[in-house]
Write a protein that binds this ligand. Structure first.
Ligand SMILES: [Zn+2]
Length: 499
């Protein structure tokens, strides 16, 4: 009983299983591969929703378990549904609550469903395929997810087999209970860390008429090698005519690897959670803005980025905000990180379309290596810098205040680059190439009125100057790394990050 979410493949990669496509939803079309920012409790943390489109988000995530608990789907419905409630017209995907429930320590699982006490008030609650469908339909999301069982990665074969079979029976019940024609419903393939059970689950779930198929139970602490092995077992057998969603995965290197296996959709708390901790993703690698080396750094976070944060603020300002514990620091860092992930996926789509995806994947791995010694970072940085705006060295003597534009006001920088010079340098990047690599929001931002005066010298010298001065060290890295689905704070009771 679902409205089909017609998925159309646009381009197939020649050297990998990557593909671009469009997913048609009630609230608009989504270009894939796509990264979905996470708004677990009905808010993308630290980000006013009007920024979502500006950072290139096409669809966001919310969570059944949390919204059922607070404020309750009945209130959300009374106040106009989830979109109205959180004031966004972007499509919303709701997770079924399965993952959150199964990460609770105290719960009783039966064929019927799962009983547990809410961790906030101890209230006895029961979630099942039917109740999860009812909650998601009441919330009014665009894509609902089937209620599944998500096991810890260390579960044994027999436990996992029983779980896979129950998840399949629950999937059928979800389809029966789902009655909202304008809402799409995706099934979830499980199977733990067993290739055989992954294929068993895949056969069971994809035999059912879901609108799309997700891969769950990965990125739960098993490590990238195991995850990629499970993807290799599963992906070649996935239906090609439906969207494929890898749940809870979001490190840049995992995104390009997932895309290479044919994944179309991803979600993860990494960009938002890490932003609030001061870990910033750039096309020069990741930086930790709280590091003392940024205290006087007049450059924007990423000279290749055109987000609001990079157009207006220096690294020194961001460093200062984190230093004093100002919430604006979280917001500005979140804007940038989400824009990075939006831009990354736009580059991925463009590269699949123009046949350069394999090279882009290699560059992302060089910038975000599993081990520092992997190399190739400088070359990758240079290639991404080609897309950056032309910039010149700041003059130490030039500290004239400039009030002519909204561009970055770090003194001694702006007035150094004469606009006509900057203009002539820009043509060195072939316009059609540069343009084709950009996302639609980015292109819109490049239209004259969106441009502000940021070109006129807002950027200086080569990108990533701060990074070159002192290459990222081990302590610059956030600890959470790979397991990125749910924010500890975002998503009590979840400890691990999803699937
Ligand atoms: Zn930025």
């Amino acid at each position: 009983m679902t409205a089909p979410a017609p998925f159309k493949v646009k381009t197939l990669c020649r050297s990998t299983a990557a593909r671009t496509g469009t997913l048609q939803l009630a609230r608009g079309q989504v270009q894939t591969p796509v990264f979905m920012p996470v708004g677990t409790q009905g808010a993308v943390r630290a980000l006013p929703p009007h920024w979502l489109r500006e950072v290139g988000a096409q669809i966001i995530l919310a969570n059944t378990y949390h919204l059922h608990q607070r404020p309750g789907e009945a209130l959300v419905e009374r106040l106009g549904g989830l979109h109205r409630f959180m004031a966004t017209d972007l499509p919303i995907l709701t997770d079924s609550g399965g993952f959150q429930v199964f990460s609770l320590r105290k719960k009783e699982i039966s064929e019927e469903g799962v009983s547990f006490a809410y961790e906030l008030d101890g209230k006895k609650t029961f979630l099942s395929p039917e109740t999860s469908m009812a909650i998601q339909q009441t919330l009014g999301s665009d894509i609902a997810m089937a209620f599944d069982e998500c096991l810890p990665p260390e579960s044994d074969f027999e436990t996992t087999r029983r779980s896979v079979d129950m998840t399949a029976r629950w999937a059928e019940r979800c389809l029966k209970a789902h009655t909202k024609p304008e809402q799409s419903l995706f099934g979830i393939v499980q199977g733990g860390m067993y290739g055989e059970l992954r294929r068993r689950s895949l056969a069971q779930i994809t035999s059912l008429p879901f609108d799309g198929y997700a891969i769950g139970g990965l990125s739960v602490g098993e490590g990238p090698e195991k995850m990629n092995a499970m993807l290799a077992e599963t992906m070649p057998h996935m239906p090609t005519d439906k969207a494929r969603y890898l749940m809870g995965v979001g490190r840049p290197q995992d995104l390009v690897d997932g895309v290479a296996t044919g994944i179309d959709m991803f979600d993860c708390v990494i960009p938002t959670r890490h932003a609030r901790g001061g870990a910033i993703y750039t096309f020069q690698g990741r930086i930790r803005i709280t590091h003392a080396k940024y205290r006087r750094d007049s450059y924007p976070i990423d000279t290749a980025c055109e987000c609001y944060t990079c157009r207006n603020f220096s690294r020194a300002y961001l460093h200062h905000l984190f230093e004093i514990g100002e919430v604006l620091g979280s917001t500005l860092a979140t804007i940038h990180n989400l824009r990075f992930f939006g831009d990354l996926m736009a580059k991925v789509r463009a590269s699949i379309d123009d046949g350069t995806f394999a090279a882009l994947r290699k560059d992302i791995h060089a910038l975000y290596p599993e081990k520092e010694e992997e190399g190739g970072k400088e070359e990758a940085r240079r290639r991404f810098a080609e897309d950056a705006l032309p910039v010149e060295k700041p003059s130490k003597s030039d500290t004239r205040p400039d009030t002519s534009s909204k561009a970055v006001r770090t003194e001694g920088r702006r007035s150094e680059v004469r606009p006509e010079r900057a203009e002539s340098r820009r043509s060195e990047v072939r316009p059609e190439r540069a343009e084709s690599r950009r996302s639609e929001p980015e292109r819109a931002a490049r239209r004259p009125e969106g441009r502000d005066a940021r070109r006129d010298g807002a950027r200086n010298e080569g990108p990533g100057r701060g990074d070159k001065r002192a290459p990222a060290r081990r302590e610059d890295k956030p600890r959470e790394g790979h397991s990125g689905r749910r924010d500890g704070k975002d998503s009590r009771p979840t400890k691990k990050v999803r699937r």
